[in-house]
Write a protein that binds this ligand. Structure first.
Ligand SMILES: CC(C)[C@H](C(=O)O)[C@@H](O)C(=O)O
Ligand code: SF4
Length: 469
């Protein structure tokens, strides 16, 4: 009998083309997602070398980072830099025969929302994209790596990627999540626990009752932020929920092919007794709604907590850096999180821009108004999410409460377009990164779940969603 293997081991082995003595491996890549920011030089490299895209049918391109989210984008993109990048992707996709969703296509959206939505992302596959949050696709039991621009060129040219095998890490979340606590709180708590370097050199498999109980949307939220914990990828074993989600998606297999695929997908789980290099266990029942207070995703605290005092940190470098974070954030140790007033609310991104996220936020604000001191926006993760939300009347709920209802894209997650914070503005954001300047120069980001962001929009400050009426 062969040795028990983890889910990661299995997918890795299934895609191994070559292994050198020093452990350098060549992996076959099943799916390549492409966006406008990290692909121009890669296509240019192919052009210069006179090479075609090796497997155009395994490649899907979509614009997301630079596209404006205002409806007037259909009249042409005004910002020159954005327009040039968007046009470059359209041009490259046409020249190299790659399927492309432009800002006029209702399938357009954030690349990590579009892949699963189209059934392009499937269990057991190797998936890459020149984007760190490619880890999102791990929610389907796919090995999904973010890659750099030179690797994008390598994959376009050869459909393979050079990799060294990572270590196996297990994060098990036992028990049941309390009411009001979400997938976002789980992953923020995990990063708070292990730190932003906690997963370095590892692929993390998420398991346990609380993970199994999550919807596919929730699982994507968890895997999405794996990268903020330093890991190379995140994985969740596929199950009936995964198969249900995939069924009927435009690019998903059908009929007998689907049956065969499901039979294979059912083998995609960690074997009993397989070795993990590191294991972390959390109890879901103890998790509160979480808010970040600093400029790193590990700077998190319970909504019932206070801004921490960095003087309590032993390590000097860390102490200095956390003081700097507090200064940047304009916060004082000991301040109750629920006393922190906000100026802006952003609901969207590849972390929390899916239909379930919009439903959760809409349920909180229905019949209420955004505080007069707050400006709030919702940016659906894709055109299909937007269409579904509108069919359910969610856009009306948001608009009536005073939210702006926008076109799909990355938007204020990273402020590459006009959606950005002004210096000093404080934002409750459903995105994944709270780095200095991430949402605009000197902007201050607090990472929260969609329900927590929505409640903060109405209250004008953070509130414990468990007390919301
Ligand atoms: C622009 C892109 C390369 C970047 C990433 O890799 O993640 C972006 O999506 C982000 O979230 O910071
Ligand atoms: S939504 Fe944010 S995190 Fe996701 S791909 Fe876009 S910029 Fe990156």
């Amino acid at each position: 009998m062969s040795a028990p293997r983890t889910l990661y081991d299995k997918i890795f082995d299934d895609h191994l083309v070559d292994r050198q003595d020093d452990g350098t491996c060549l992996l076959y890549i099943d799916r390549h997602l492409v966006h406008e920011v990290t692909s121009p030089q890669a296509f240019e490299g192919l052009r210069m070398a006179g090479r075609p895209v090796h497997a155009p049918q395994r490649t899907l391109a979509v614009v997301d980072h630079n596209v404006p989210t205002t409806a007037d984008r259909l009249e042409g993109i005004k910002n020159e830099e954005s327009r040039i990048q968007v046009e470059a992707l359209a041009h490259n996709a046409a020249e190299f025969g790659v399927e492309y969703y432009s800002e006029r296509d209702k399938r357009q959206g954030i690349v990590h929302i579009v892949g699963p939505e189209q059934g392009f992302t499937l269990p057991g596959m190797t998936i890459v994209c020149g984007d760190s949050h490619t880890s999102t696709h791990g929610a389907f039991g796919a090995l999904a790596h973010g890659i750099g621009t030179s690797e994008v060129e390598h994959v376009l040219a050869t459909q393979t990627l050079i990799q060294k095998k990572a270590k196996n890490m297990l994060v098990r979340v036992d028990g049941k999540l309390p009411e009001g606590v979400t997938a976002k709180d789980i992953i923020l708590a995990i990063i708070g626990e292990i730190g932003t370097a906690g997963g370095t050199g590892h692929v993390i498999e998420f398991a346990g009752e609380a993970i199994r109980s999550l919807s596919m949307e929730g699982r994507m939220t968890v895997c999405n932020m794996t990268i903020e914990g330093g890991a190379r990828a995140g994985l969740i074993a596929p199950d009936e929920k995964t198969f249900e989600y995939i069924k009927g998606k435009p690019k998903a297999p059908t009929g007998e092919t689907l049956e065969q695929a499901v039979a294979y997908w059912k083998t995609l789980h960690t074997d009993e007794g397989a070795h993990f290099d590191r294991t972390v266990v959390l109890d879901a029942a103890n998790l509160p709604p979480i808010v970040s207070w600093g400029s790193s995703p590990e700077d998190v605290v319970s909504i019932q907590g206070v801004v921490p005092n960095p003087d309590e940190i032993q390590d000097e470098t860390k102490r200095v850096s956390k003081w700097r974070a507090l200064e940047y954030m304009g916060l004082t140790p000991g301040t109750k999180m629920t006393d922190i007033a906000i100026d802006r609310v952003f609901i969207g991104s590849c972390t929390n821009g899916r239909i379930e996220d919009l439903r959760a936020a809409a349920a909180v604000i229905e019949g209420k108004k955004v505080a007069s001191t707050v400006s709030a926006m919702v940016v659906p993760g894709s055109g299909l999410v937007k269409e579904q939300a509108e069919a359910e009347g969610l856009d009306k709920i948001f608009r009536e409460a005073g939210f702006e209802w926008r076109e799909p894209g990355c938007s204020m997650c990273l402020a590459m377009n006009d959606d950005r914070l002004k210096p000093g503005e404080r934002c409750a954001s459903t995105s994944n990164r709270n780095f200095e300047g991430r949402q605009g120069y000197k902007g201050r980001t607090h990472l929260v779940s969609p329900a927590m962001a929505a409640a903060a929009a109405v209250a004008g400050h953070f509130v414990d969603i468990r007390d919301w009426k």
